[in-house]
Every structure is written in C-alpha cells, then in structure tokens.
Design a protein around this ligand. Structure first.
Ligand SMILES: Nc1ncnc2c1ncn2[C@@H]1O[C@H](COP(=O)(O)OP(=O)(O)OP(=O)(O)O)[C@@H](O)[C@H]1O
Length: 402
C-alpha cells in the first residue's frame, strides 16, 4: 500500500539529508506510528507519501503508484485517496462544523443528497452529531480535531495520515482522539501517524517505525515509543571520561540483575542522535529504570525491541469493492503516463466517485511547478478539485458540479 525503497530526501540548501536510504512498507489495514526526535524525518515521510515533496533518490510507492510518475495535474485525484490530519486542525474558521466537512465533498462535485447523508453519518462517528451548527471557535481543541478527522475520512480514504494529531491536546482528550483513530483503523483504513507522544505509543502497542537523523533504527510490530530517539547511546564517548564509564557499568549491571523471567533479551538497534554515529545493535535487558549519566542525560536500559524490517514486496492489495472500471481508468492515468501501468494485481486508486478530498492546506506553502500553477485554481492547488482538462487530457473531465 505504501512502500519506500531506498528513499533519500535532501532539501535544497541543506547539507544533511532529512531521510537517508529509508526502506519500509506499510500494508493495507496497518496502524503505524512514526516516532523519533524533532527533525528526525517523520513529517518528511508523510510529505513524500502525499507527493508534497519529491524524493531525491529512491522511490515511493503509494496505492500501487510510483508517486514520482504521477503528473502534476493528476495529483489531486491521487490525493483524494489519502485523508490527512494535522496538529493544528486547519479548519475553515468561518464555516460551521457541518460546512467544514461538507466543503470537501462539494468541491469534488458530490451531490447535495450525498452530502446531506454522508456528513451527519461521519459527525456521528466522531461524536459531534449535536455540534453540526457550531463554529470552530466554539469548540474545544479535541472537538476541533474530531471535525478535522471527520473531514479527512468523510469520503472513505484508503489511508489516513496524521501528523502529530494529539500535539495540541491534553492527555485525556488525546486518548479520545486515539480511540477514534483506532476505530477508523478497525474499519479498514490504513493509518500512519507521526508522533512524539510516548504514552500513546506505549499504550497502543502497534507497529512503530523509529527514525533517528533520517534513518530507520527500529521497525517493531508491537512496539512502544522506545528511547533511542531521545537518549544518547549507552557507550560513553571519549570526552565523557570516567563518570560516563561508571554510568554505563551501572546500567549494564542493572540489566544483568534483572530476573530472567522479566527479561526478554533481544538485539536492539540504537543510534546516537548527538553524534550521528551509525546505529548499532545493543544487547540489554528489560529494565526501565532510568539512570543519570555524567552529563545528566537519562539513560534507560529497556530493551525489548526487535529490529524488523518489512520486505519490499510488490503491492498486491486488492481493490476496494466500490471501484468502478471508469474510475480505475482515470485514477491510474499517472502510471500510464510513464508507460509503467500498475500490475494487474496492484490496487487501483480509488474511484473518483468515491474519492477522498485531501485537506491539503500545506500544499499552499509549497510552490507547484510553474507549468502547473499557471492553469490551476486555488481549489485545484489545494488538492480539493481536479485540474480542468486541457485538450490533451479529456479523460479527466471530473470536477465540482457547482
Ligand atoms: N522545507 C524544508 N527545507 C529545508 N529543510 C527541511 C525542510 N523541511 C524539513 N527540513 C529538515 O529536514 C529534517 C527533517 O524534518 P522533518 O520535519 O521531517 O522532521 P520531524 O521528525 O517531522 O520533526 P518534528 O517532530 O519537529 O516535526 C530537519 O532537519 C528539518 O530541518
């Protein structure tokens, strides 16, 4: 469903890559946390999935497409299969809850009847059926995020991307949002969520992909937040001297003393965010007591993780039942263009008639190529509406009805 093959992303004007030869695959129906320190590359992964950014090297496959081969004018179609939720909600402030959710359906031409049915349904699902006529500023943060989630899923996307969706919320409210995301996932939507929230990740025990300085250091099927992203490696660096040596020994001793019944000693990949040293495998026991190092950095001796990379296999997910052949024709056009049509067993993109309007506000921040900008309206640039067909592109004659 989503596959990164040796993906490197280097932003213009930077010396270090934000992502460095990253490989992972997310299968249909998975719930995956992307964790790691600030700047480790989580949001870059999401932006690459959305084709908001291009990989500098390697390939990103989403829903059977090599995203690099999707032409600019077909990006809005592609993005309709992906719902997105952000930390800061990004609701339209002058529209009611109902209108915020309805808007994304209207701009892709859904009928009034469809909107009138779909919006109350999704508001009920997120627990806001009684607040449809409220304005965003009349809602709590948690409620605003529920509206944003309703908007992201109202058209049944195959994938929901969430970038720190609980980042602005208190723990209790966050828990409610996570329950909602779990329910959405249980209904079949693949969820990829970038987060810093250790408590949430620890509690949910879902797949965790951990990034350190643009590299994957851990990919664990039922993982916790882990520690490698925020804690320096146990091995003392030369300049830390004797105290650091002592701290390291204390940790090792604590690990040895942990009763074997409680310990699952498995190799753990760690890396030092401070030094940029390559990840290394460390054997340690499950002993979560933090200790202080010479320079006051907490060190945890936890170690239950299992570095587990997904194999880069072909995407063989089957298409959802509502896909129509016309929709497949249209949405597969990106692959067609490069002469690399998806394999027969690859999932076609979602039908346009059931497609998901991405609330792609961040798209505004990134300039589109000039040749695209000159003929795109604002809604088209936002990913809310397909570009008007040009003469050579008549098959894309789909758009809003109003
Ligand atoms: N548009 C950009 N131009 C230049 N550098 C960028 C750009 N976007 C991200 N970076 C850099 O790429 C690296 C990874 O950033 P990214 O936003 O992916 O990290 P992150 O893990 O999501 O961080 P955070 O948790 O703070 O959101 C950082 O060093 C960041 O400064």
């Amino acid at each position: 469903m989503i596959r990164f093959d040796q993906v490197t992303k280097k932003y213009a004007g930077t010396t270090k890559p934000a992502l460095n030869a990253v490989d992972f695959e997310v299968k249909r129906g998975e719930f995956v946390f992307l964790v790691g320190a600030s700047g480790s590359g989580k949001s870059s992964c999401l932006r690459l999935i959305l084709k908001e950014e291009k990989p500098s090297n390697g390939t990103v496959h989403v829903l059977g497409h090599n995203v690099s081969s999707i032409s600019n004018r077909k990006i809005p179609y592609f993005r309709r299969n992906l719902g997105v939720v952000f930390q800061d909600f990004r609701l339209l402030p002058n529209k009611t809850v109902f209108q915020n959710v309805a808007f994304t359906l209207q701009v892709i031409g859904k009928s009034r009847g469809f909107v009138q049915e779909a919006v109350p349904d999704v508001l009920k699902m997120v627990g806001l059926e009684n607040k449809a006529q409220r304005m965003p500023h009349e809602l709590s943060g948690g409620e605003q995020q529920r509206v944003a989630i309703a908007r992201a899923i109202v058209n049944k996307p195959q994938v929901l991307l969430a970038d720190e969706p609980t980042g602005n919320l208190d723990p209790a409210t966050s828990a409610g949002i996570m329950q909602l995301l779990e329910r959405i996932n249980a209904n079949g939507t693949t969820v990829v969520m970038a987060t810093h929230e250790a408590a949430i990740v620890d509690k949910m025990q879902r797949r965790v992909i951990e990034l350190v300085e643009g590299g994957i250091v851990r990919d664990e099927t039922h993982g916790g937040y882990g520690t490698t992203a925020v804690i320096p490696e146990l091995g003392p660096r030369k300049e830390r001297g004797v105290d650091a040596e002592k701290a390291k020994r204390a940790v090792e001793e604590a690990a040895r003393e942990t009763p074997t019944t409680q310990s699952v000693v498995t190799p753990r990949r760690t890396a030092t965010a401070e030094t940029g040293a390559a990840p290394r495998l460390v054997e340690s026991a499950e002993a979560d007591a933090p200790v202080e190092t010479a320079d006051d950095a907490p060190v945890s001796a936890d170690a239950t993780t299992h570095a587990q990379r997904s194999s880069a296999t072909e995407d063989v997910d089957s298409a959802p039942p509502w896909v129509t052949s016309r929709a497949v024709d249209e949405s597969d056009a990106g692959a067609e263009e490069t002469g690399s049509a998806p394999a027969a067993d690859e999932p076609p993109a979602q039908p346009l008639t059931q497609s998901q309007p991405i609330i792609g506000l961040p798209l505004v921040s990134g300039p589109l190529p000039e040749d695209t900008q000159e003929h795109l309206s604002l809604a088209e640039r936002l990913g809310l509406r397909a570009a008007k067909p040009r003469d050579e592109d008549k098959e894309q004659n789909v758009g809003p009805t109003q």
